[in-house]
Design a protein around this ligand. Structure first.
Ligand code: HEM
Length: 128
């Protein structure tokens, strides 16, 4: 048998949707993050739902629509400082709490998200 994916272990589409729905209201309230995002957050939420689905081993919903993620390149238009990456991760930690994601699977998700957030940093602190 194949080992279960993270996506399967958290409960699939329902769980990913809960995470995304918990995450963006926090982003929109965060003083460091809010200015980077459009007022109409729904399209961003839908992209992130598709991305996280495939990132955690579910169907490749993001790539089917948008091609290779090239996440770092897609973030280059936005000045992402270390503090913004921290803020992003803080919002995500709270979203995982709200979505009820716990235990080993949460640790696995966290290490992947933490690594990827660090990889998005493209601007030194104070030069944003
Ligand atoms: C898009 C900020 C980290 C996944 C975006 C956008 C911003 C942003 C401003 C564009 C929203 C728009 O469409 O106008 C940030 C900041 C981060 C961060 C400040 C801090 C490190 C991450 C991480 C992931 C991620 C860690 C994945 C695990 C995405 C995806 C998109 C996106 C999938 C949509 C890309 C597209 O197709 O246009 N992000 N992001 N981001 N972000 Fe991030």
């Amino acid at each position: 048998q194949e080992p279960l994916t993270i996506y399967e272990r958290i409960g699939g589409d329902d769980a990913v949707t809960r995470i995304v729905e918990a995450f963006y209201p926090r982003v929109q309230k965060d003083p460091l993050l809010a200015p980077l995002f459009p007022e109409d957050i729904r399209p961003v939420m839908e992209k992130q739902r598709r991305f996280l689905t495939q990132f955690f081993g579910g169907p490749p919903l993001y790539s089917q629509q948008y091609g290779h993620p090239r996440l770092r390149a897609r973030h280059l238009p936005f000045p992402i400082t270390p503090r913004r990456a921290e803020a992003w991760l803080r919002c995500m930690a709270e979203a995982l709490d709200e979505a009820g994601i716990e235990g080993d699977v949460r640790e696995e998700m966290w290490s992947r998200l933490y690594f990827t957030a660090g990889h998005m940093v493209n601007t030194p602190e104070g030069e944003e």
